[in-house]
Design a protein. Structure first.
Lengths: 116, 116
DNA sequence: TTCATTTATTCGCCTATCCGAATATATACA
DNA sequence: TGTATATATTCGGATAGGCGAATAAATGAA
């Protein structure tokens, strides 16, 4: 039985919010860094070579959507992935991406051949 | 061996583009509609109850990112999912979403009890 | 308390993206 | 050709989201 439409819309809106958190180059990099294990903000900053304020702002986005957890440890704050399935989903999309890229490469190849 | 950083950044940017296509309520609804099978634009319009121009614009975004395919059939254009794994990824994120929502519900519950 | 370190937030500015409305294009058929 | 149907695009305005720079807040140690 399908959901009532307004409810379905609301779920989709939340779903879009989750996806929106993934729709940024730096946040993707952060999530993959955290996939290796919990890290302090400073570690992320040096690993990604991005300004500290920028990393903090992105972490806030991920935190608000509960995709990462934050735990203070003295002067440091340790961030961790809240759910491994986020990485699983990203990996799945990376596979799709790879196929899209190889289709494009094949097309470029065909065009090159045709032109010669 | 890790990828060279600029290359990694470029991959992440593409990855973010793919995720960006998923970061919209209506596009999510469209993708789930197409998960049931190929559909013409008009069918999507009536299924989703969204203006035709809006559906077309969103389809364009999905088409450009090669997440759906379009095939003209007379006056109609039939759209289809380009890759089932897109739905798999969305489903995975929906599971994460469900857990986030239930954590929130539990928190709300706890706050209610404490207040009484 | 004062200073150093680590992290978070705020302020403009700029760009991207969404929408509704209107319009354009493509096809089928008389 | 002319008309109806199906789909796509464009325009202008509103909103969201990104960034750099500056600043604030939290903690630890002298």
């Amino acid at each position: 039985m399908p959901l009532r439409k307004p409810l379905q819309d609301e779920l989709n809106a939340f779903h879009a919010e989750i996806c929106g958190a993934l729709a940024d180059t730096r946040r993707i990099a952060i999530l993959y860094e955290l996939a290796e294990g919990p890290k302090a903000v400073g570690e992320l900053v040096s690993a990604l070579d991005v300004p500290q304020a920028t990393v903090s702002r992105h972490l806030k986005v991920l935190r608000e959507r509960q995709m990462v957890t934050a735990q203070r440890d003295g002067a440091h704050v340790i961030y961790a992935l809240a759910d491994e399935r986020i990485i699983a989903a990203l990996d799945l999309l990376r596979e799709v991406m790879r196929d899209i890229l190889s289709r494009r490469a094949a097309l470029a190849q065909a065009m090159t051949l045709e032109a010669s």
